[in-house]
Write a protein that binds this ligand. Structure first.
Ligand code: FAQ
Length: 319
């Protein structure tokens, strides 16, 4: 490498550092370290895959929602998740990876998506628990991401968060309605909360001392808070809401520790988390199989769109 190239790179590195330091934004055409680009592609594509796979657990209930109104709301929510996936794939594409590459990684089982979407949805109350807990956790995690140092990611998050907040309220309202219903309905709501509570805490990722990416991602201001801090914030949000609902959070040890200024909880079952990440959760195989089938079934649409674009291009050239 020549001295000139080294000086250029040092100048670019310094300019990048200054943008991060000033809490300003890195944009697609700006110089960025290769590792920053790689981390963003990893996180944004995993996030996009989560939104897309995340349509399946609730999609399972669209045809069985208990009323026309509930069905319309659930359809709108699931459609929003598709939209989130698309903004996020677009944000990742600005970093030099194609949508096809990301899709291939997902359907071949080489990409991660959130652990939470590998759990089944056997009852209607699961729609309430997903909205309240899963979208609630998503909001806690994603509001700080609106300030992520990479422009296209932070901007996508602003709209995503607005929609997630509607999602969380509709889930809360489903649970509230069930909790004001018959004993069987209250039991169904509590059972769903029991099943989703711990997996929703795992959504924030491994404990801080076992999170290999956190320190660097926080230094780059992609992540603004650690996994454990966000998990704590989430618990603090849930406790008063659980009281309003009249549900019990399934952790007998849960209490505010005044001395430590933290929520004291039972130990999270990290073995379960790692099993799900390794592809051995209750629904991993089905989730990827469905996604692969949908991709195969859509092949003719992609071919037709490509052919249409080719013809339009041909016409434009001829004109
Ligand atoms: N599941 O070093 P860290 C939604 C992986 S919300 C699976 O701590 P990092 C809305 C991690 O990727 C859900 N994998 O990693 C919705 C890393 O993998 P590597 C999606 C997980 O990145 C609601 C390894 O473990 N939200 O979809 C999980 O600093 C309802 C080591 O972990 C986002 O993706 C997990 N739970 O922090 C949709 C938010 N946790 O390096 C439908 C954006 C960790 O082996 C219905 N992402 N891993 O490739 C983030 O904020 C971060 O990436 C974290 C992980 C916090 C998830």
């Amino acid at each position: 490498m020549t001295t000139e190239v080294l000086i250029d790179e040092a100048a670019e590195q310094a300019a990048f550092g200054a943008i991060i330091e000033a809490d300003s934004r890195i944009e697609p055409r700006d110089w960025m370290p290769a590792a920053y680009r790689k981390t963003l592609i990893r996180q944004i594509s995993q996030h996009a895959h989560s939104e897309i796979i995340g349509m399946q657990p609730e999609g399972n209930w669209i045809s069985r929602a208990p009323s026309l109104k509930r069905k319309a709301i659930l359809m709108a929510k699931v459609q929003d998740e598709a939209g989130h996936g698309l903004y996020l794939y677009s944000a990742a594409q600005t970093l030099g990876i194609t949508r096809d590459e990301m899709t291939e990684q997902l359907i071949e089982g080489r990409a991660r998506y959130s652990s939470i979407f590998n759990y089944p949805t056997p009852t209607w109350a699961d729609m309430g628990a997903i909205g309240w807990l899963v979208d609630g956790a998503a909001i806690c995690n994603q509001v700080p991401l609106c300030r992520a140092s990479y422009g296209p990611y932070g901007r996508a998050m602003v709209r995503v968060c607005k929609e997630e907040s509607f999602h969380q309220r509709q889930g809360f309202e489903i649970l509230l309605t069930l909790m004001q219903g018959s004993p069987a309905q209250r039991e169904m709501a509590q059972d769903a909360v029991n099943r989703w509570y711990w997996p929703s805490l795992m959504m924030f990722g491994p404990p801080d001392d076992e999170s290999p990416n956190s320190a660097q991602s926080m230094a780059w201001k992609i992540k603004r808070f650690s996994n454990d801090d966000l998990r704590q914030r989430f618990i603090g949000m849930l406790v008063p809401q659980a009281e309003v609902l009249g549900v019990t959070l399934p952790d007998p040890e849960l209490r505010w520790d005044d001395e430590a200024q933290r929520w004291h909880t039972s130990e999270i079952d990290w073995t379960e988390f790692h099993e799900v990440l390794a592809g051995r959760g209750p629904m991993n195989v089905e989730r990827i199989r469905n996604r692969r089938n949908a991709h195969d079934d859509g092949a003719w649409v992609r071919e037709a769109a490509a052919e249409y674009a080719r013809k339009q291009n041909e016409k434009a050239v001829a004109a």
